[in-house]
Design a protein around this ligand. Structure first.
Ligand code: ADP
Ligand code: MG
Length: 361
C-alpha cells in the first residue's frame, strides 16, 4: 500500500488554479521531491497533503485511508517549513520533545526522545541552548529533529534548506536523506532547486503551472527528459532548432537553423520534420565539421572550462572542455562544434515555439 496517494487533487483561488488535478503515488519509504519554479503550486500541494489547505477537488490518501477532510493534527505527519518556526522561549531539548506523541510521556521519556533525535542531527551538545543562540543551519536541524521526534512515518518538507547558506544547504541535504532512509520514513520534499532535488531524491516530480510535467528518477530526468521543459529545467542544456535531413540506419542527420549539420541517434522521425535538439554542454565538442561558431566567453569552473560560442545566426551554444584542453581556446577563435549523437534528445518542434515551451510559468 503506498504511503501517499493523490487523486485528481485541485486547489483554486477564484480564477487562479494553484494546483490542477494532480495524481501522484508515493511509496512507503520513498524520498520524493516536488520540484518546479516559484509559483507553480508546490506549497499548495504539500499543504493539501498536510491538511493545512482543503482541496477544491480530489482526494488525499495516507496509508490507504482517505484523509481529505482530516485536520493536520490527526494526520500523524512531521512537517518542516522554510522559515524555521521554533519556540523561542523553549530550550533546544524542549523544542524537540514538543511533538504530539512526546507530550503524553513523562519527563524522563521526553528527555530520552529529545536526546535520541538531537544525537541523530548531531546537536546533543547544544540541547540546553535557546534557538536564538544557534545559527540557521542548527535551527533547521532542530526543526527536523522535532518533526522526527513526533514519531511520524511521513515527513513533509517545504523548502527546508532555502533560507540557509549554500555550504550548510549542501551538508544538510545529505543529512535529510540519510535520516529519512535510516528511519525508514516516507519523505516528500518541496524545492525550487534542481540540484537539491537531484541529490536527495529517489524520484523527482517536476511541476509547472499547477500540473505535473514529468516524474522520474534524477537520472531519467537528466538523461532522457520526455519534455523540453524538463530538459531545460533540470541541469543545463542547449536547445538547437533544425530539420530532419535524412534517417539512415540508427541515426538521423539534422540540418540546424544555425547552418550546422549534426547526427543524433534517434529514428522515430522522418525527413522534413521540424525538431529541437537538446544537448548538454558536456556532450558538445570541437571537431572538424559541424556547427561553425566563434568563442565569445570562457569561464573557469574548477573541474572544467565552460565555453560560450556564437553560431552564424547568433545562436548561443555552450560546451565544456577539461581544464587541460582549455588553454588552447581564446575568445574570438572560430571553430566547428559537433555533438555526441547518443547523448542528444530530439523533440518535435513545439507549436508555440521553444521560448513558450520552456517558460517558467
Ligand atoms: P510555490 O510554492 O510553487 O511557489 P504556491 O503553491 O505558493 O507556489 O502558489 C501557487 C499559485 O497559487 C501562485 O500563483 C500563488 O500566487 C497562488 N496562491 C497561493 N496561495 C494563494 C492564496 N491564498 N490566495 C490566492 N492565490 C494563492
Ligand atoms: Mg512555496
Amino acid at each position: 500500500m503506498p504511503e501517499v496517494k493523490l487523486v485528481g487533487l485541485k486547489k483554486s483561488y477564484g480564477k487562479v488554479t494553484a494546483v490542477n488535478k494532480v495524481n501522484l503515488t508515493v511509496e512507503n519509504g520513498e524520498y520524493v521531491t516536488i520540484l518546479g519554479p516559484s509559483g507553480c503550486g508546490k506549497t499548495t500541494l504539500i499543504r493539501m497533503i498536510a491538511g493545512i489547505i482543503r482541496p477544491t477537488e480530489g482526494k488525499v490518501y495516507i496509508g490507504g485511508k482517505d484523509m481529505t477532510s482530516v485536520p493536520i493534527e490527526d494526520r500523524d505527519i512531521g512537517y518542516v517549513f522554510q522559515n524555521i518556526a521554533l519556540f523561542p522561549h523553549l530550550s533546544v531539548r524542549d523544542n524537540v520533545s514538543y511533538g504530539p506523541r512526546a507530550k503524553d510521556l513523562d519527563q524522563e521519556e521526553q528527555g530520552q526522545i529529545s536526546k535520541k533525535y538531537l544525537e541523530m542531527v548531531k546537536l546533543l551538545d547544544k540541547m540546553c541552548m535557546f534557538p536564538s543562540e544557534l545559527c540557521g543551519g542548527e535551527q533547521q536541524k532542530v526543526s527536523l529533529a522535532r518533526a522526527l521526534a513526533s514519531g511520524s512515518k511521513l515527513l513533509l518538507l517545504d523548502e527546508p534548506l532555502s533560507a540557509l547558506d549554500s555550504r550548510v544547504r549542501v551538508d544538510l541535504r545529505y543529512e535529510l536523506r540519510r535520516l529519512s532512509k535510516e528511519l525508514g520514513i516516507t519523505t516528500i520534499h518541496v524545492t525550487h532547486d534542481q540540484e537539491e532535488a537531484q541529490s536527495v531524491s529517489d524520484r523527482i516530480v517536476l511541476m509547472r503551472a499547477g500540473t505535473v510535467v514529468e516524474t522520474g528518477t534524477p537520472e531519467e530526468l537528466y538523461v532522457h527528459p520526455r519534455n523540453i521543459f524538463t530538459a531545460n529545467f533540470i541541469g543545463e542544456t542547449n536547445l538547437l532548432e533544425g530539420w530532419v535531413k535524412e534517417v539512415v540506419g540508427g541515426t538521423s542527420s539534422i540540418e540546424l537553423r544555425n547552418g550546422g549539420l549534426v547526427k543524433v541517434a534517434q529514428t522515430n522521425i522522418k525527413p522534413g520534420d521540424a525538431v529541437v535538439i537538446s544537448v548538454r554542454p558536456e556532450f558538445v565538442f570541437a571537431a572538424n565539421e559541424g556547427m561553425k561558431a566563434t568563442i565569445t566567453d570562457i569561464t573557469y569552473m574548477g573541474t572544467y572550462w565552460r565555453i560560450m560560442a556564437s553560431t552564424e545566426d547568433d545562436e548561443e551554444v555552450s560546451f565544456d572542455v577539461t581544464t587541460m584542453d582549455g588553454n588552447s581556446l581564446t575568445i574570438g577563435k572560430e571553430l566547428y562544434l559537433a555533438i555526441n549523437p547518443k547523448t542528444a534528445v530530439l523533440y518535435p518542434k513545439p507549436e508555440d515555439g521553444v521560448e513558450e515551451a520552456i517558460k517558467l510559468e
